[in-house]
Design a protein around this ligand. Structure first.
Ligand SMILES: [Zn+2]
Length: 155
């Protein structure tokens, strides 16, 4: 498995490493640029990165819990950003977030149990039911994001 180092904007502060496919996603989404390339190797239209540099500087810490975990905080805005403001049930614009397993059934406010949703799906179609009870499916799977995936969208 090839790991690619990710540096903060400016290229001096090493943040973490990611797998190559993850690094390519960052290039595609233009949140990072290649800092060092593997000479003579390409990956699609990109030089194969050895390290990346974020386009925008992030203050490491502002997105994180203070429990020492490097996991961004679950919040409505962060879930919407992770899911790119797309309802996980119908694909329309998401404005809120939904607990896949409802809270009253023990579902937690965690990255893997929360997805962006539109008002319709959240309150009317799904309500306080499970996916199976509501006869609904997810169009994409939730994941635990890294800080760069929560940067505000570039317009
Ligand atoms: Zn929806």
């Amino acid at each position: 498995m090839t790991q690619v180092a990710v540096y903060n904007a400016g290229g001096e502060q090493l943040l973490h490493t990611v797998e190559l496919h993850h690094a390519i996603r960052m290039l595609v989404r233009r949140v990072a640029r290649v800092r060092e390339a593997v000479v003579g190797e390409t990956f699609g239209p990109y030089p194969r990165p050895r390290s990346l540099e974020l386009v925008r500087w992030i203050f490491t810490g502002w997105l994180y819990h203070d429990r020492g975990e490097r996991v961004p905080q679950v919040s409505r805005e962060n879930v919407l950003r992770r899911d790119r403001y797309t309802c996980a049930y119908c694909g329309r614009t998401g404005t809120t977030y939904d607990h896949i397993v409802p809270r009253h059934l023990g579902g937690g406010t965690t990255w893997l149990n929360c997805v962006a949703a539109c008002e319709d799906c959240n309150s009317r179609r799904k309500g306080g039911r499970t996916l199976a009870q509501a006869g609904m499916t997810l169009q994409f799977l939730p994941f635990v994001p890294e800080a760069w995936e929560l940067l505000p969208r570039r317009r």
